[in-house]
Structure formats: C-alpha cells, structure tokens
Write a protein that binds this ligand. Structure first.
Ligand SMILES: Nc1ncnc2c1ncn2[C@@H]1O[C@H](COP(=O)(O)OP(=O)(O)OP(=O)(O)O)[C@@H](O)[C@H]1O
Length: 458
C-alpha cells in the first residue's frame, strides 16, 4: 500500500479511545483520536483519513450522524460503527447507509485488527481498479478474479455485510458469478457451519418441503426412513437457494416462516426444531416483476432483498476479460497438461468486442475449447469458434458505420440501453445492475444520447 494511512477514532470514553488506538498502532498507520464527535469531524475534514471508527452513542451527536456527515465529506472513507446494542437488523441498516462495518462492544481486538486489515486491503484494490492503471496486483477475491471497479465495489460490499446479514439476494444474469459470490459471503462470514446448496429449478414441486425441512418415516408413501432437511444441515452456516424464482408460492410461505422463526418442522412431525441459518438466494430473473405478476410473494421478496447484491453482465466490465481469460487459460493448460502460455492481442480484441450473453461461464468455455484445440503456445483468432469471431466482427462493422464511436463505446452503449430497457428505465435499478453509481449512469446516458425512455411505437 502506498503512503501512510490515516485512521480517525471517535469515542467519548477516553479509556476505550486509548485501547483502540494502541490496538491498531502499527507501521504505516497514523492514528488520530477525538473524544468529541464535532472535534472528530473537524479532524476528518482536515486529515481526509482512509478510515473512521466511531462510537454509536455519544453526547451531542450519534455515530449515525457522524456517518451521514462523513458520507457527505468523502463517501470513499470507510466508517466503522461500534455499539453495545448490536442487532443484525441495525447492522445491516447502517451498512446500507454507507457504514463499512458495525462492531459489537466491547470490541475484540483480534477481530478489529482483522476487519481493519481487510477493509484497508479492499480499499487499496478499489483504488487500483478505479484508477484504471495497469499496476500489477492481486486481483483475486475468494475464488473470483476481477479488475473492474464495479466488481471491486461488489467485493467490498460482500466484505461489509458478510458478518452481519441474515438473508440476502444476489441478482445477475446467468453465468455472471452468483454462485461464487454466495460462497464468498459464507467464507467471509466466519461461520463454523456448512454451506449447503439447493438448486430450486431442479426440485420436483411436491418434494420441496421434504428437501428443505426433512421428513419423518411414514410421512408419505416412499418415506421409509427419517430424513434430515437442508435447513438443518445448514445449521450454524449458510443455506444457498439458487434460482429462487423457481420456488413454488406455497413453499415460499413456509420458508419465510422458517426464516422468521428460525425453526423448522419436518414433514409429518409435530415437533419444531430450532435452527440458526442464514439464507442467500440467487436469481437471474427480475423478481420485482415476478412479484407484480403474482409469481413471487411480496413479503418473501422484501425479506430476501433486505440486502441485495447485483452482478453486472460481463459485457459491462470489459476490463475483466483479459484477466479472466489468462486465469482460465492457466487453469485449462494445467488440466490438459499443455504448454499454452497466453492469448494474442488480436484474439483478445475479438473477445473484448463480443457481447457475452452467457457471461463469465461462456468465456470460460471459449477459453477451454481454444486451449484444447490449439497447437501453439499462444491462442490466436483461429483457435476461437466461428460464431464468436463472426459476432465480434459484426460488432466491429456496426461501429465502423458510426465513425464517431469506438468499438468499445458502441458495445457499452448497447449494454447500457439493454439494462435500462430491462429495468423499465429506472435509473437507480439500472445503475445497481450495471454496478456503477447513478452519476456515472447519467453521464453514460448523456454520452450515448440515451436521454429518456423511447416513445412506444404503435
Ligand atoms: N469473477 C470470476 N472469476 C473467476 N471465475 C468466475 C468468475 N465469475 C464466474 N466465474 C466462473 O464462471 C462460471 C459461472 O459462474 P457461477 O456459477 O458463479 O455463475 P451464476 O451466476 O451462479 O450462474 P447461473 O445463473 O447459471 O446459476 C463458474 O465456472 C465460475 O467459476
């Protein structure tokens, strides 16, 4: 990390201030303290620290007000709140309002050090990603690789919410990495229990309840022994419900009750069992639309979407393509025992022009196939399938027709327009799906002349 990193700690309790600043003292960090929130804000304005750690309940101003003001001064500053009155709901709410973390008092020093270390590391990666520089670095996060600012913003959110949330929804197009993000949330949560997966699109409607909650022997024809449900298997851990949009409405109602009460009733049993399970749900569908059409329960949707993470389509983060291609190439070269070391610039340009409807999974397959077929050390255009090369040159031809636009611009315009259409021109939702801020979206809309929703043609 470059330069000295400044941290401001605000707490009206002097001994707590001393304890925290001593705990965090290390080379490369410069710790500043204030026992009054107003004084703390002055320090923040003049020092522009990387991180602020503040107590929640203080005379004169609450930690939430400090957070609000810091977000106004500089939203890139990480703010950690500390409170003796911790609940997961207030933690999630604070994080949604911009907090980087919400720590329970008395703060465990080892945990604090670890959280601070991780947040500083994530901030550094975001800085490199947003500068768009070629600075080499470690672009891995729990099995995912990415260089784009949108993905590093997402990883930062995973880092922040992982220790706190109870239920969470991941949205994103097929093959964009939802499964990996769900696993990352579990890994970063520090939970000791298992990560258990249920793919809702693969379950027969009548067996849903028995899969989730288990059953007792004799509960129905064919139930010849007791069966433990996935909910119980995930006790103390995470239950990942993939393709949640495919879950039948009556199962949704039962699941919602189980989540709220943290207890399950196996099919055929009269005895409820206590469980402590976090839910991560994922979908590539527009659940809000499904709610409007009566295909998804509204109360269940609101419960799940208390925290919502959205994976941007690969075509909206072209800067990840070269990194992902090298990552997959190394893996496949190892698997196939072949000496393939890189991808030519020409082939990379082809990959960057393509629209990737199947997202990262499709890129993974394309690189795998090329690696299997090539006889050279470097993958070139001839090793890519014809449909990729063809579609990519059509995109190029389209861009050449419009000499004002570069190839990447025309691709980006298409993606932004598609997402705006999918979200019914709701800018907040479109910005979230694209993984960019609303100002950045407005800038792109202006740049590409996507001023407003086109009039409906008759
Ligand atoms: N950022 C990434 N870095 C490395 N590999 C990735 C990344 N994103 C996705 N992948 C790989 O791409 C493939 C698809 O990812 P994943 O299964 O997580 O997508 P998904 O969004 O859950 O897909 P679906 O909607 O079909 O369930 C996997 O093989 C995964 O390992």
């Amino acid at each position: 990390m470059s330069g000295v990193i400044r941290i401001v700690i605000i707490d009206d309790n002097m001994s707590s201030l001393e304890l925290l600043s001593t705990a965090l003292e290390r080379e490369g960090l410069s710790i500043h303290t204030a026992n009054d929130p107003r004084e703390g804000l002055e320090l923040i304005r003049s020092l522009r620290p990387r991180m602020v750690i503040t107590d929640l309940v203080m005379p004169g101003m609450t930690g939430l007000e400090v957070l609000r003001q810091v977000m106004h001064i500089d939203p890139t500053i990480d703010v950690l709140l500390m409170t003796a009155h911790y609940t997961t709901e207030t933690a999630v709410e604070a994080i949604r309002n911009g907090a980087a973390d919400y720590l329970q008092k008395p703060v465990k020093i080892a945990d604090l050090r670890e959280r601070v270390r991780r947040l500083l590391e994530a901030a550094e990666k975001r800085r490199i990603a947003s500068s768009g520089s070629d600075e080499s670095g470690d672009f891995h996060f729990e099995g995912l690789v990415a260089k784009s600012e949108a993905m590093w913003n997402l990883f930062a959110m995973v880092e922040k919410v992982a220790p706190h949330f109870r239920s969470l929804l991941i949205q994103g197009p097929t093959g964009s990495g939802k499964d990996l993000i769900a696993r990352a949330l579990h890994e970063r949560s520090g939970l000791k229990g298992k990560f258990v997966v249920l793919n809702c699109s693969a379950v027969v409607e009548t067996l849903f309840e028995s899969e989730l909650f288990g059953h007792v022997r004799g509960a129905f024809t064919g139930a010849d022994r007791d069966k433990t449900g996935l909910f119980q298997l995930a006790d103390g851990g995470t239950l990942f419900l993939d393709e949640i949009g495919d879950m039948p409405l009556n199962t949704q109602a039962k699941l919602l009750r189980a989540i709220q009460n943290q207890e399950v009733m196996p099919v055929g049993s009269l005895h409820a069992k206590r469980v402590n399970v976090r839910i991560v749900a994922a979908t590539h569908r527009n659940l809000r639309q499904a709610v409007k059409e009566g295909r998804f329960r509204e109360d269940f949707y609101y419960r799940l979407s208390m925290v919502e993470l959205t994976l941007p389509p690969l075509a909206a983060r072209k800067e990840d393509i070269s990194l992902l291609s090298s990552f997959f190439l190394r893996r496949f070269a190892g698997d196939f025992g072949k000496k393939v070391e890189g991808i030519s610039q020409r082939a990379l340009r082809v990959l960057e022009r393509y629209s990737w409807p199947g997202n990262v999974r499709e890129l993974e397959h394309v690189v795998g196939r090329a690696c299997m077929l090539t006889d050279n050390v470097t993958i070139d255009v001839k090793d890519l399938s014809e449909n990729i090369v063809g579609a990519s040159s059509e995109a190029l031809a389209g861009a050449v027709d419009d000499p004002g636009a570069s190839v990447l611009d025309s691709q980006e315009r298409a993606v932004v327009e598609r997402i705006l259409r999918e979200t019914n021109w709701n800018q907040s939702e479109a910005a979230r799906k694209l993984g960019i801020g609303r100002d950045a979206l407005r800038y792109k809309m202006k740049k590409y002349g996507l001023g407003s929703r086109p009039a409906l043609s008759r």
